[in-house]
Ligand binder design. Structure first.
Ligand code: PLP
Length: 387
């Protein structure tokens, strides 16, 4: 299959950094199991500990707080399913805008799940969260609060400091899905009143199939996978030295390769180009702080499936929101929670830039988008379309 002209779907998965690719290939050449005590095993163990150091530094965590997992989905499942059990919590409080990994993990638990709504601006309703916590405090119950730092569909940055102030001083526990913030924002895990945090390598220049759960030491008994007691028993299973080495190399390199100022300017160029082509385009999350690498928008009467196909023909890869396993354009629970009409939400397009995005990528998108809109508008005007 020929390469695309522009890859603009970095929120789904970023392009692997060359440093990460090299680290993976180098590690693949090595033999052994990192748990083995022979020399080959010790070489792999040293490689893993070096990567742990890099991931810890990038997340502002202690080395001992980094537990490698198979994905952020696994990290989230561990934090929620094993978290409520090990910490003996009565309820789960979760925002309506969480990733499916968190929403479905919470649903699978026996504990009652309390949903905190999103405001129309896409941010978590802090007043409702406060109320829910107050109600629990009156009955002496405790909860796991699950929120995300940056939304994967809209890029909206959540009022995390306010949430931390509310939860930090209480008996409740706070879990943050920081997948879309890792590498792009200061996480400072160790110094924040956060109990657990999920991150993923492939959202920040690393390989797919490796994530981490950052855990404060009082959460050490939060365990989902039992076995040979790797990761001090917090996540059993033979560690994948190549993927971890790739994660470590990406964590070390990402902040130098990701030029936030340049990416912000490219997204501004993208937004003004879209508005020029279609002044009626609606950008979601316009009134609140948004991560600078993404724009999520819709054009009234333009279906995402049509737009995605037209853009794909021109070699431009974007998505309609979160990557779903079926590859189909489905309804967005995030936009729905923000009160966006289903008609408009079915037209949503997510364009997300990454460390290697260029002005040419943005130009390729705008040219392809303009072409696709012309075809689409022609179709709307044809007598056939009126039937
Ligand atoms: N949480 C958020 C906010 C995400 O964007 C994603 C990936 O799309 C995940 C969790 C799941 O990450 P992984 O692909 O590592 O399982």
């Amino acid at each position: 299959m020929p390469k695309t002209n522009a890859y603009l779907d970095h929120n789904a998965s970023t392009i692997l950094l060359p440093q990460a690719k090299k680290a993976i290939i180098d590690a693949l050449e090595l033999a052994g199991n990192p748990s083995a005590i022979h020399r080959d095993g010790r070489v792999l163990e040293a490689l893993i500990e070096d990567a742990r150091e890099n991931v810890a530094k990038a997340a502002g965590a202690k080395r001992s707080e980094v537990v490698f997992t198979g994905s952020a989905t696994e990290s989230i499942n561990q934090a929620i399913i094993a978290g409520v059990k090990a910490l003996k919590l009565d309820k789960i409080i979760i925002s309506a805008g969480e990733h499916a990994a968190a929403l479905n993990a919470a649903k699978s638990c026996e504990q009652e799940v309390i949903e905190v709504f999103l405001l129309d601006n896409g941010q978590i309703d802090i007043a409702q969260l406060k109320d829910e916590l107050q109600k629990l405090d009156e009955t002496g119950q405790t909860a796991l609060i699950c929120v995300h730092e940056v939304n994967n569909e809209t890029g909206i940055i959540q009022p995390i400091k306010q949430i931390e102030t509310l939860v930090g001083a209480s008996r409740h526990f706070l879990f943050i899905d920081a997948v879309q913030a890792f590498g792009k924002a200061d996480l400072s895990f160790s110094s924040r009143p956060v109990d657990m945090m999920a991150i993923s390598a492939h959202k920040a220049g690393g390989p797919v199939g490796i994530g981490a759960l950052l855990m404060k030491s009082h959460c050490d008994e939060v365990r989902l996978i039992y076995g040979g007691s790797q990761e001090k028993g917090r996540r059993s299973g033979t560690l994948s030295a190549p993927l971890i080495a790739g994660f470590g190399a990406a964590a070390k390199q990402f902040s130098q390769s990701y030029d936030a100022k340049k990416i912000n300017q490219l997204v501004e160029m993208l937004e003004s180009g879209i508005k020029k082509l279609r002044p009626d385009a609606v950008v979601f999350g316009q009134d609140v702080p948004r991560m600078g690498n993404i724009i999520n928008f819709a054009v009234p009467d333009l279906k995402a499936s049509i737009a995605l196909m037209g853009l794909d023909i021109e070699g431009v890869s974007v998505s309609s929101g979160s990557a779903c396993s079926s590859g189909k354009v489905t309804y967005s629970h995030v936009l729905c929670a923000m009160g966006i009409s289903p008609e408009l939400a079915t037209g949503r397009l997510r364009v997300s830039l990454g460390w290697n995005s260029t002005k040419q990528d943005v130009e390729a998108f705008l040219s392809a988008f303009g072409k696709m809109l012309k075809q689409h508008d022609k179709g709307l005007q044809s007598p056939k379309a009126e039937k």
